[in-house]
Design a protein. Structure first.
Length: 346
């Protein structure tokens, strides 16, 4: 009789549902998926999930919960499981997608997604998830709130523009729209002050921001957004994983010699992080010879400026990660020094 050596609870998290699959691995490394259920993504649903898992697992064998990082919908469950003392792993969606492709599953449903997550957890060596540092979590909340305020203000400005283009604009409507814009301006100002006060209290974050903002095109707001969305880069362990987390990794569809799609970025990552890199990349292309050269070379290769700009976003984000890990500021003359010493362009 085989002994159970590993138990995994794979969860496909949605806004309102937790689609759960139970799996186990025996000492001969054979695995089995043996239970499936759907719970509400609520406090009551999470408690029901724990009771259901307890009834169907061996308390004496290692148990791990595995789920995707699905926006913010997984966070309540992650904190709940952490408070209960359970080991858990939160995986980037791109990793699960790549793994699921190897299973040759023809029909993708919530159930097959939870099964793929469970198999992934059984077959891989995974690291434990730990809650974000409070300061980074607060930065993430504030920068996301500001992003929403800016979007609402832009909508209000567009409404004013449209109203003024009318043959007979309504003055009262224009007045109310302007009041909305003034309100959003005040909110953004308050959020920025709160961010500045938080950073002032965190010496470590101040030093990290100083390093990141040494890069051409990156300001303090972008720096705090990057730190907040990555939990000070605790969520990533290498540049490739960071690009995947931001949704800036390249996805290519190819089948034999007859079907070949154009490579494109996956966009299956953190949209806040991806959005934060847009304007800094354009500034770097204008002002930094290194990134200007990358942009020019790529445009000459395929003629698509937006595609080249996205590549610069990825390079810029990878540079942020490298400098953060080394603790050194950006030196735009570094490549020139290497060129002069080695006689070759890097």
């Amino acid at each position: 009789m085989q002994t159970i050596v590993k138990q995994v609870v794979g969860i496909d998290v949605a806004q309102k549902e937790l689609v759960v699959c139970l799996g186990r691995m025996d000492s001969d490394l054979s695995s089995e998926l043996y239970a499936y259920h759907v719970f509400g993504n609520t406090a009551q649903g999470m408690n029901s999930l724990i009771n259901w898992v307890k009834q169907r697992t061996d308390a004496g064998v290692s148990l791990r919960f595995v789920m995707e990082a699905t926006g913010v919908y997984h966070e309540s469950l992650a904190y709940f499981l952490n408070a209960q003392g359970y080991r858990q792993t939160i995986v980037l969606p791109s990793k699960i997608n790549h793994y699921a492709q190897t299973l040759a599953v023809k029909t993708v449903t919530d159930k097959t997604a939870s099964q793929a997550i469970t198999r992934f957890g059984l077959e891989r060596q995974l690291t434990d998830w730990v809650p974000p540092t409070p300061a980074y979590k607060k930065l993430r909340q504030l920068t996301r709130e500001r992003d929403q305020v800016v979007q609402l203000r832009t909508m209000a400005k567009n409404h004013i523009h449209a109203e003024k283009a009318e043959a007979q604009p309504d003055e009262q409507s224009l007045r109310r729209m302007q009041q909305q814009i003034d309100f959003f301006n005040q909110q953004e100002k308050e959020i920025k002050v709160q961010i500045k006060e938080l950073v002032k209290q965190q010496e470590k974050i101040k030093n990290e921001i100083a390093i990141i903002t040494s890069i051409t095109g990156i300001g303090e707001l972008t720096a705090v957004t990057i730190l907040g969305e990555t939990n000070g880069f605790e969520l990533v362990s290498n540049k490739k994983q960071l690009a995947s987390y931001a949704g800036l990794d390249v996805k290519e569809k190819q089948s034999g010699t007859s079907v070949k799609g154009k490579p494109r970025i996956s966009k299956k990552g953190n949209r806040y992080l991806r959005k934060a890199m847009h304007l800094p990349a354009l500034a770097a292309i204008r002002s930094d010879e290194r990134f200007k050269a990358i942009f020019t070379r790529l445009v000459a290769k395929h003629g698509i400026k937006m595609k080249a700009a996205v590549a610069v976003q990825r390079k810029l984000l990878e540079l942020v990660y490298t400098l953060h890990k080394t603790g050194s500021k950006y030196n735009p003359e570094y490549l020139k020094k290497l060129e002069n010493s080695n006689g070759a362009v890097l």
